[in-house]
Design a protein around this ligand. Structure first.
Ligand code: HSE
Length: 428
């Protein structure tokens, strides 16, 4: 058998360790599948003093020396973020190296450009681990599902948020306590912004949309709202009507050449396949014109599942090197047309704290009526201090009309506080 394929790895944290462990445990099978061995020859790190699973001779703090090293065949980028990852990946490609990356921000922002660069140099650039950890999502969208017009995709793509919402639902924990538990369990970062404010999901859903629709969705055009305002009370009302609250990324095809891409909490009907995806699990549900409904689910983060996705890409790159099929990346153009959320229609959940006195309900329903918003369900209860709580589920309305009505409702003297607003997925 000829010489091993030489890997230069940038970063050796959670994902790098998982990838390395998989190689050690399954080396024989991996070598057989590729037709050549894999050698993790060099690893670029920031902190040379940290204890590592491999001999120190593998490590260097000079990351640039890896992407320019003529003996390296494939660069595996696992440092995340844009700076210095973007420059290093570009340099690796310019130096003739195939690239495997788990970097969702990099692909969401620069995917189109980098895939074109790889293609122009007959190189592979794979990024399965960037979305959904160990769940195969990118390859099925690029290949097996590629003949479909995707009508709709909806995904739970952030394990940390799903862990928090599941804790809130199952243990009646409030958001702050559930977040602390997620941090203690090692899921949420000290600064949880990327996860709980939907930033991580916006990168992932824009990558999936870009592949499904063949044009890069600018991530800045993705509507985004996180889960910080979700209360246990909302989860309980949702349950009483047969829904679960999940942070979802949603893509709707709008005509033939536009999409609406959004990230926000949604009330999902209890019998929808996404409703039973709990804890740190991720899932993507989609509807294609020929395939119908499809759902993928599994572990969306963590060392071993994400390492498994990186290894899958490495095996693909390795097979292409051995078999001569490199450079078969499927490029997508820049500039997908993204329509604003204002034009999207959905049902809404609205929880109001109101003054408990005559005409309050009448005034609120008058405003809904003015904007042609029809109420589907309602619950009401009295609270201490002459206050009350009124909770509505509306029929479908445009985001624009609902927002206008909400502004007027909020300004009613009888309304003390808008306590919760959540979009609702319709029951089938
Ligand atoms: N922080 C992400 C999550 C995993 O909680 O799902 C990495 O994308």
């Amino acid at each position: 058998m000829s010489q091993d394929i030489r890997i230069g790895m940038l970063g050796f944290g959670t994902v790098g360790t998982g990838t390395y462990r998989m190689l050690v445990d399954n080396r024989e099978a991996i070598t057989k599948k590729i037709g050549r061995g894999i050698d993790i020859a060099k690893i670029g790190i920031r902190d040379p003093k940290k204890e590592r699973a491999l001999d120190q001779s593998h490590f260097t703090t000079d990351l640039e020396s890896i992407v320019t090293d003529p003996s390296i065949d494939v660069v595996v980028e696992l440092i995340g973020g844009i700076d210095p990852a973007a420059d290093l990946v570009e340099k690796a490609l310019l130096n003739g190296k195939h690239v495997v990356t788990a970097n969702k921000e990099l692909i969401a922002k620069h995917g189109s450009r980098l895939v074109h660069l790889a293609k122009s140099k007959n190189l592979d650039l794979h990024y399965e681990a960037a979305v959904g950890g160990g769940i195969p999502l990118i390859q099925p969208l690029k290949h097996q599902l590629a003949g479909n017009d995707v009508i709709r995709m909806m995904g739970i793509l952030n394990g940390t948020s799903n862990y928090i919402l599941t804790k809130m639902e199952q243990e009646q924990a409030d958001f702050a306590d559930a977040l602390k538990e997620a941090q203690a369990a090692g899921y949420a970062e000290a600064d949880p912004t990327n996860d709980v404010d939907g930033i991580d999901t916006s990168y992932k859903i824009s990558i999936l949309a870009s592949i499904a629709f063949g044009k890069q969705v600018p991530v800045e055009n993705v509507f985004r709202e996180g889960i910080r305002n979700i209360g246990i009370t909302d989860i309980e009302y949702a349950r009483s009507w047969g829904y679960k609250i999940k942070l979802v990324g949603v893509v709707d095809a709008i005509g033939k050449d536009a999409v609406c891409v959004r990230v926000h909490p949604s009330m999902i009907p209890g019998d929808h396949p996404l409703a039973s995806v709990n804890g740190v699990y991720n899932a993507l549900w989609l509807h294609g014109d020929f395939v119908g409904d499809v759902m993928f689910s599994g572990r969306g983060a963590g060392s071993d599942p994400t390492g498994s996705a990186v290894m899958g890409d490495l095996i693909d790159v390795g097979r292409n090197i051995v078999g001569g099929g490199s450079g078969s990346a499927i490029p997508y153009e820049a500039g997908m047309k993204v329509v604003p959320i204002d034009d999207v229609h959905s049902s809404f959940y609205l929880r109001l704290r109101v003054k408990d006195r005559p005409k309050t309900l009448g005034q609120i329903s008058m405003v809904f009526g003015e904007y042609a918003i029809s109420i589907a369900e309602m619950q009401m209860k009295t609270l201490p201090d002459n206050l009350g709580e009124i909770v509505f589920l509306t029929h479908r309305a445009s985001e624009r009309s609902f927002a206008q009505a909400l502004r007027e409702v909020e300004n009613l003297e009888a309304v003390d506080q808008v306590a919760g607003v959540i979009r609702v997925e319709d029951k089938q």
